[in-house]
Write a protein that binds this ligand. Structure first.
Ligand code: NDP
Length: 332
């Protein structure tokens, strides 16, 4: 019998999540049986902390449930010939150190994954956030060479890939982030213009200075006030990919918004929300493309690694506060 540690949602978040909203517990896992359904024992090696956990906790969880989330896990015991011990997979089993699976819900890493490449990237640039950037830019923004792309939360898991893919696609890229170190990082990885949205005197002026002609594409990870200002600087026929609204996830009382209809009409904009799961049937295509760019050095990856399963809530809260550069992950 194996003892697994798990983090449960003790209390639904009210405003900004607190460490006291979580409880660390242990559960017993049964032994694997020959011929049974439960044929694999896995240990989480890296766990992801993502913004979606904040809004989804309300939508899909009840108090006492194990926190939702994905991990890169290693198979430590197998009674399924399709999976050998030592293989790394991506699971969607929540915040647990160990779990049992029948194998059907596990995703293998792409077979061409180089040994030297950190497997944690399967939770970031070569995983769900990278796919979000890829499909959001290609299918929603429909970026074309020579266009100008704006992205916020640009130094994060999704944003940093958005900017680099837009550069590969021949666009000018403007990004903003919440610290000077993040801005320096954006310039290092090839953003044409970058600024700290927390310290500029006027967001409107900063956006205008970065691209006096306006923006063809806006990849919005933040929503709220930022989006309200940016929409007025879209070019005619501009496209807005509504990817995330992190500036609103922790609101107990919904913010009163700006009304978008006037710029939408007179600039003839397209604005579309999306979930990356829409392209699950093209996952392999996206992962292969991202893996190739990473291996070729065309897409750089940064990870914010927090050590220790016991620090999961801290890593999650830190990410929501903007403490991460690149993808926030926890190493068990
Ligand atoms: P990040 O790695 O970007 O981490 C979150 C970042 O958001 C923080 O580092 C912080 O950066 C920024 N942030 C936090 N609060 C605010 C705020 N009030 N205003 C502006 N920025 C803020 O996370 P991800 O890359 O994983 O996710 C980015 C966005 O994409 C999220 O909104 C997420 O929900 C969304 N998403 C959507 C998907 C979809 O299918 N539609 C899939 C995956 C992600 P800073 O220091 O710059 O403030």
């Amino acid at each position: 019998m194996k003892i697994a540690k798990v983090w449960v949602l003790k209390k639904h978040f009210d405003g900004f999540p607190k460490t006291s909203d979580f409880d660390l517990k242990t559960i017993e896992l049964p032994n694997l049986k020959d011929g049974g359904e439960q044929k694999l024992l896995l240990e989480s090696v890296f766990l992801s902390v993502d913004p979606y956990m904040r809004p989804y906790s309300r939508r899909v969880m009840k108090e006492g449930d194990i926190m939702i989330g994905t991990q890169v896990a290693r198979i430590v015991e197998s009674k399924n010939p399709a999976f050998s011990v030592g293989t790394f997979v991506v699971g969607n089993k929540g915040w647990r150190t160990h779990f049992i699976s029948d194998g059907k819900d596990l995703q293998q890493l792409p077979s061409s994954w180089p040994e030297s490449l950190p497997k944690s990237l399967a939770l970031g640039t070569i995983g769900m956030p990278g796919l979000t950037a890829y499909f959001g830019l290609l299918e929603i923004c429909k970026m074309k060479p020579g266009e100008t792309v704006l992205v916020n939360a640009a130094a994060g898991a999704v944003g940093s890939v958005v900017g680099q893919l837009a550069k590969i696609g021949g666009c000018k890229v403007v990004g903003c982030a919440g610290s000077d170190d993040k801005v320096a990082y954006l310039k290092k990885i090839g953003f044409d213009e970058a600024f700290n949205y927390k310290t500029v005197k006027s967001l409107d002026e900063a956006l205008r200075k970065a691209s006096p002609d306006g923006y063809d594409c806006f990849f919005d990870n933040v929503g709220g006030e930022f989006a309200s200002v940016a929409i007025n600087q879209m070019k005619k026929y501009g496209r807005i990919a509504v990817c995330g609204a992190i500036s609103q996830y922790n609101d107990s009382v919904p913010q009163k918004g700006y009304y978008v209809q006037i710029p939408m009409i007179f600039k003839e904009l397209q604005m579309e929300g999306f979930l990356v799961t829409r392209w699950n049937n093209r996952r392999e295509e996206g992962l292969q493309a991202l893996l190739k760019w990473v291996v070729e050095g065309k897409v750089k990856c940064h990870e914010q690694v927090t050590e220790g399963f016991e620090n999961m809530p801290m890593a999650f809260i830190g990410m929501l506060k903007g403490e991460n550069l690149g993808k926030a992950v926890v190493k068990v």
